[in-house]
Design a protein around this ligand. Structure first.
Ligand code: ADP
Ligand code: MG
Length: 351
């Protein structure tokens, strides 16, 4: 960890000095990485598999708030959100590139914190950081990550290929990341009103962790390969269950029935939702940032999912022309709508 009191201006180092400092700690291990950081471009070996490529951009003030997001976590998350997209194609991530735009507010120590988080994510998921770009911004921090992955030809999974009667499945649990964000937002507000009040995160490590340190489901992609299961369609959950389910329906040209009682929600999230006067189901449907996988399987594959695997069947795909539907606990049918981020219309009421 860098000394928090130390501040080295990036202008003293220059762009090349900064790149040199950052790249010194970066090592590569993937067999397909021929040349990493240090030349005009990285060199990757030709593969016998398909290559998937995805990019995500994070903008300060739009996607993150440095008042409560530690830079190390931000670095970690900026890699994870891209690896999650690679997983959603049923592919294995292998390399990333990272472009950053920095205002003069950021010191060398701050950028090193950010890269500590990025390196931690790369190490954990066995991905090489092979290049990027560094530039200045007039205001704030922008991080743009591109991830590269590989998948055997024929094993790639799209959003558009679900069939009528397929079972709709989700990994992990949903809604926690949104509730963690609400918790952090509440504490920020209290802090801005009175900096002497200590943050009260009510020991909600799980939901805060789900917001600050999400993980990509590379384990599920591996499980598919090991168990010879190919989902019929797949997407990762960045914007909430409703929105992603509608993407699968839309692109596969089908409807669906989602059973409210089956939607997996952690106890801690459920309790915090009640404290905020939120409907836990709505948090799962519209919250976002859980980075779980949503996929469909053939009904005959259901057997293979029995056991300890962290997957829940939440519904099924219905005929073309039928509406994407949420069936409530009481058996009422509601049209599934994507309310998206922050559609709750009310602030959490502090309890
Ligand atoms: P160029 O002028 O050709 O764009 P740069 O000086 O920007 O070259 O980059 C030199 C090397 O450092 C390249 O390998 C590039 O990919 C890498 N690089 C630049 N910025 C970053 C960064 N923020 N993170 C990781 N690698 C970087
Ligand atoms: Mg450059």
């Amino acid at each position: 960890m860098s000394d928090a009191t130390q501040r080295t201006e990036i202008s003293n180092l220059g762009e090349f000095g900064l790149i040199k400092r950052l790249s010194e700690k970066i090592t590569v291990t993937q067999p397909t990485t021929i040349k990493g950081i240090g030349d005009d471009a990285a060199v990757l070996a030709k593969r016998d598999k398909l290559t998937v490529v995805t990019t995500d951009m994070l903008v300060e003030g739009v996607h993150f708030d440095l008042m409560y997001v530690p830079l190390k976590h931000l670095g970690y998350k900026s890699i994870v959100v891209n690896l999650s997209d690679v997983c959603a194609m049923n592919a294995v991530p292998t390399q990333v590139t990272v472009a950053i735009a920095l205002s003069n507010r950021f010191s060398l120590e701050a950028v090193e914190e950010l890269y500590d988080g990025m390196r931690a994510a790369c190490k954990r998921y066995n991905v090489d950081l092979v290049g990027g770009d560094t530039t200045t911004s007039l205001k704030g921090l922008i991080i743009c990550v591109t991830a590269i992955g590989e998948v055997e030809d024929g094993k790639q999974v799209y959003r558009s290929t679900a069939n009528e009667g397929d079972l709709l499945c989700v990994t992990g649990d949903l809604g926690s990341a949104y509730l963690g964000l609400q918790m952090l937002e509440r504490e920020k507000k209290i802090f801005l009103e009175d900096p002497n009040i200590k943050p009260d995160l009510e020991n909600q490590q799980y939901i805060i962790g789900r917001q600050l340190k999400p993980e990509p489901r590379t384990d599920i992609v591996k499980w598919f390969a090991d168990n010879n299961v190919l989902p019929t369609s797949m997407i990762d959950i960045s914007d909430g269950l409703s929105s992603e389910t509608l993407h699968l329906c839309d692109q596969s040209n089908l409807g669906c029935d989602v059973l409210e009682e089956k939607i997996p929600i952690a106890d801690e999230a459920r309790q915090q939702a009640f404290k905020f006067n939120f409907d836990p189901t709505l948090c799962a449907l519209s919250g976002g940032e859980d980075y779980e996988l949503l996929f469909t399987i053939k009904p005959e594959d259901e057997e293979k999912f029995k056991g300890s695997l962290d997957v829940t069947i939440i519904g099924k795909m219905t005929a073309k022309g039928s509406e994407p539907t949420l069936i409530t606990r009481k058996g009422n049918r509601h049209k599934l709508i994507a309310q998206g981020w922050n559609a709750f219309g009310n602030e959490p009421t502090a309890s």
